[in-house]
Design a protein around this ligand. Structure first.
Ligand code: ZN
Length: 416
């Protein structure tokens, strides 16, 4: 549901509650978000429509994962191909106008924050639906990424786990096949691989997807709603800085999906590992930052204090010609940067750059976690400059500037 529609729906619900069907604006005596709390917490248990909508859509995503053979799935398979079934991430499936709105919504369900990946996980049984090299099934990265050299000489690059060994007398025996003999210095790698895959993981059960919010009972709209609402639901906005920031992130040339991510970040409602840990999706031992490995990944750490990120931040500050030391809160950082612009154009421009910064950090964090791609400071800075330039041009067609001008003197371009 687009944010605008959702806001409007909430407005109608709210007005109806306080004023019946009359058109006059009534006072909301209790904050909307308090009303949405469950009754036992003093609310009225009014459900957050946007979250209800997402939970209902997610039901289809869950059913696409499960094994049941149903006609509608055959239709999906015929129309969108193999990748549509049994895949927790459907982001890559969206193909512009050729897909139906329903399918598009389904694929983009969790596009900005990637929460769907956090509520499901695959439990490997006999390995009938897990690719040995390409899927993540032991440890937290694929064997292809962990052992690229061995992957290169495997003749079973696309095989399922199940087809890469046999059961003998109740024991699993691997039968890995290689294109050539190993070099001496590869033996160590082979031994390491052997250790990694020798966990007694395989069983005679078929692989299945697990619904993490409730493993025993599996998917329910309610369990997802209860999990998502604290993550995505509304929260009170009170301080002047909050009022300014929540308004200003929408007032620049960044795409609305980017502003929406910033909005969620300011509310600390994005699935950082810390937040996932609080919701009992991962354990505290698994919550350390993927970029530096040192500290728990809170939004503060991820968007400011992480070593990798701080380097990018200082490079961006040098580029903009401003000095902003890292404060304790992400929103203060945003506010300080934006307000260091001496007029409205610069403030909008700085806001745009910060949004590009935030977007690139979140993307490279996800790239690291889900695809094990290690970020490079210089590349991230380049990307931030290029993205902010593209967004700037998209809204300021009358006073265009070239990329090299933007990189050379952004302030000058913003003031044109
Ligand atoms: Zn870090």
């Amino acid at each position: 549901m687009p944010m605008k529609v959702w806001r409007e729906a909430v407005r109608i619900q709210r007005n109806f509650l306080w004023g019946g069907l009359s058109r006059k604006r009534r006072i909301s005596w209790v904050k909307w978000e308090d009303l949405c709390k469950p009754k036992e917490e003093g609310g009225l248990g009014i459900r957050n429509l946007r979250v209800v909508n997402l939970s209902l859509l997610a039901k289809w995503r869950w059913r696409l994962l499960s094994e049941e053979d149903e006609v509608w799935k055959k239709v999906i398979f015929a129309r969108y191909g193999e990748g549509a079934l049994g895949n927790a991430n459907l982001d890559f499936m969206v193909h512009g106008n050729s897909s139906s709105t329903w399918w598009g919504d389904l694929c983009k369900l969790d596009k900005e924050v990637g929460w769907f990946n956090q509520v499901v996980s695959k439990k490997v049984g006999m390995g009938n639906s897990v690719k040995f090299w390409k899927d993540v099934w032991v440890g937290n990265q694929s064997l292809e990424h962990r052992f690229p050299r061995l992957f290169g000489i495997s003749v079973q690059q696309n095989e399922m786990v199940q087809n890469m060994g046999v059961w003998m007398n109740g024991e699993w025996r691997w039968e890995l096949l290689w294109r050539r003999q190993f070099f001496v210095w590869e033996n160590e790698l082979v031994r390491e691989l052997g250790e990694v895959i020798n966990t007694p993981l395989l069983s005679e059960e078929v692989d299945r997807w697990v619904w993490k919010p409730n493993e025993e009972q599996g998917f329910s709209v309610k369990s997802l709603y209860l999990w998502l609402d604290p993550l995505l639901g509304p929260r009170a906005i009170t301080t002047p800085l909050e009022k300014f920031s929540f308004t200003f992130i929408w007032k620049c040339a960044a795409p609305s999906k980017v502003s929406a991510l910033a909005w969620q970040l300011f509310l600390d409602r994005i699935p950082t590992k810390d937040n996932l840990c609080h919701r009992r999706i991962i354990r505290i031992e698994e919550a350390s930052c993927a970029m530096c490995g040192g500290v728990v990944e809170t939004s503060r750490h991820l968007f400011m204090h992480c070593d990798f990120v701080a380097q990018i931040w200082y490079a961006i500050c040098r580029w903009l010609g401003v000095v902003v030391v890292l404060p304790p809160e992400v929103m203060i950082l945003y506010g300080t940067l934006v307000c260091s612009g001496r007029n409205k154009r610069l403030r909008k421009g700085f806001s745009l750059v910060w949004l590009a910064f935030m977007w690139v950090i979140w993307r490279s964090r996800n790239e690291k976690i889900f695809n094990n791609v290690v970020g490079v400071v210089e590349d991230a800075v380049d990307l931030i400059q290029r993205l902010s330039w593209q967004w700037y041009l998209s809204k300021n067609a009358k006073v265009p500037c070239l990329l090299y001008e933007w990189v050379w003197n952004p302030g000058d371009c913003m003031l044109r």
